[in-house]
Design a protein. Structure first.
Length: 386
């Protein structure tokens, strides 16, 4: 019997389809849950030496090697449109953290393409904490800080002016670049079978205020673990206040609008810095701790986190870059702007630029920090004082 080439192709295709169908029918059903990714530990990190700190305050901290993969810009970011008739002739004086002068300088250069007369000087020494104090003294117009302001900075500002400083998120942090605002991870020992945790559970464990509700857990069974591990006690590890990582965790996990969370001091083993926390968790089968991803230098289990019943997310590069992971961090611009009062027109224009597609393109081109997503700029743009 003779077959044409076309006939053979049809028969062969039909055979492949039947084979595929048979394979699909014989495969077990899908099993929803969590996919385990094996991620190498970070390289060991160390505190800056005094010489490195001095160099950073003068010329800025040395930039890390950019991530090989870079996020795309969110199409939802608005385009920058200059304010008609606005001419910016005054000079501004800004403070900056030692990890931000390169990004700030790039923003200034890009903004000057729209407003050539715009001038902004970056004051020295480079240090966000010093800049916040100088803002209170009235010696600076604004300060770029690679973290949330200290409570003492805010209270000092409020004592002098009667209101809080205006803090506007202007960039994402990084994934796990040491010293450059890496995201935080919540860790347990690899032997712990826990598969996910919620911010409510973390607040119940780490705080004494419990603003998210719930009772303080005593055992891992109280956090949903079953089997033999359910009766194990929970050993908490964290970073001693005040610290940028500690403050961020406190604000994102322990606090709710209008309520500042307080640590469960009696139950937490504190370290002075974030360097040793992962090592303690790796050594303690019953541990629960948090630290920056750049300091996860020991074998631990990073736990996916959920917010208010949402999907639990791990701090993968993709989730941090998309700002869907709840412990992704932010860079802020801080300035003196009374609530309801008009913001300086030139500074408002600069902020509108930074919070635009063009401004976040500058972040993307530097390749260190993560650009903001559209949903992250919508609220601060709408709230900029006119």
């Amino acid at each position: 019997m003779m077959f044409s080439h076309a006939s053979f192709t049809v028969i062969a295709s039909a055979a492949l389809i039947m084979a595929s169908a048979a394979t699909a029918q014989s495969a077990p059903p899908t099993k929803p849950g969590l996919v385990t990714w094996v991620e190498p530990t970070a390289v060991e990190v160390h505190p800056q030496s005094d010489a490195e700190k001095q160099t950073g305050m003068i010329s800025g901290r040395a930039l890390p090697v950019p991530e090989l993969l870079q996020p795309s810009l969110d199409p939802a970011l608005p385009r920058f449109v200059t304010t008609r008739g606005l001419r910016i002739t005054r000079a501004y004086r800004a403070g900056s953290s030692d990890v931000l002068p390169g990004l700030v300088t790039a923003w200034i250069a890009a903004f000057r393409k729209f407003h050539p007369e715009f001038r902004m000087e970056i004051a020295h020494p480079l240090a966000g904490s010093l800049g916040a104090l100088e803002l209170i003294k009235g010696n600076l117009d604004l300060v770029f800080v690679s973290r949330e302001l200290k409570p003492s900075d805010i209270s000092g500002f409020r004592d002098k002016f009667g209101y809080d400083p205006l803090s506007v998120p202007i960039s994402g942090g990084t994934w796990r670049h040491f010293g450059f605002l890496d995201a935080l991870g919540v860790m347990v020992n690899p032997a712990n079978p826990v598969r996910q945790l919620s911010l409510q559970q973390l607040d119940a464990a780490f705080s004494r205020t419990h603003w998210r509700g719930g009772e303080a857990p005593k055992t891992w069974g109280d956090l949903g673990v079953t089997g033999a591990y359910a009766s194990h006690p929970i050993h908490l590890y964290g970073i001693k206040p005040w610290n940028g990582f500690e403050e961020f965790f406190r604000q994102r996990v322990l606090s709710t609008p209008g309520h500042r969370g307080e640590w469960n001091d009696a139950a937490i083993h504190y370290d002075e810095t974030f360097f040793a926390v992962a090592r303690r968790v790796a050594a303690d089968p019953d541990a629960l701790g948090y630290t920056g991803l750049s300091a996860v230098d020991s074998e631990v289990k990073i736990v996916p986190l959920s917010v208010e019943g949402g999907l639990p997310l791990s701090p993968s590069y993709e989730n941090v870059a998309a700002a869907t992971y709840p412990l992704s961090r932010l860079v802020y611009l801080n300035t003196n702007a009374r609530s309801g009062a008009a913001l300086d027109p030139g500074l408002r224009e600069f902020l509108r630029f930074v919070l635009s597609r063009e401004g976040q393109t500058v972040v993307r081109e530097q390749g260190i920090y993560l650009p903001l997503r559209g949903f992250q700029v919508a609220t601060p743009r709408a709230q900029l004082p006119h």
